[in-house]
Design a protein around this ligand. Structure first.
Ligand code: SF4
Length: 110
């Protein structure tokens, strides 16, 4: 909070509503270190290699967006399975199958 100028831009653009400014405006402290806050997030482990790679909340948010999307169900299912896999393992994954499935379903939907 020592760097914040209380412009409210972060609250305005936060896509999840996670950031809200409080009505507190008198935040004077004797020690600037007292303005630091620590947030701890549980990390998710890759379902393939076990390496921690992203906050669980972030993965859950991505999953929620995916479920709300109008993508074909088969694409949602396949993409959802990839959510719990780290970027390195995803690169190893055969993404061409996903692209082909998406193209097939896109063509069927037209
Ligand atoms: S964007 Fe948010 S955190 Fe950054 S200065 Fe403005 S109110 Fe503070």
């Amino acid at each position: 909070m020592g760097r914040c100028i209380y412009c409210g831009r972060c609250e305005e653009v936060c896509p999840t509503g996670a950031i809200t400014l409080s009505p507190d405006f008198e935040l004077s402290v004797m020690n600037k270190q007292d303005l630091f806050e620590q947030a701890d997030y549980k990390l998710a482990a890759c379902h393939r290699c076990g390496k921690y790679f992203a906050p669980v909340k972030e993965i859950e948010y991505a999953g929620a967006l995916l479920r709300q999307s109008d993508l074909p169900e088969v694409v949602k299912t396949n993409a959802g399975a990839l959510l719990n896999i780290c970027p390195e393992c995803k690169r190893k994954n055969d993404v061409s199958k996903m692209v082909n499935l998406y193209q097939e379903n896109k063509d069927v939907a037209r």
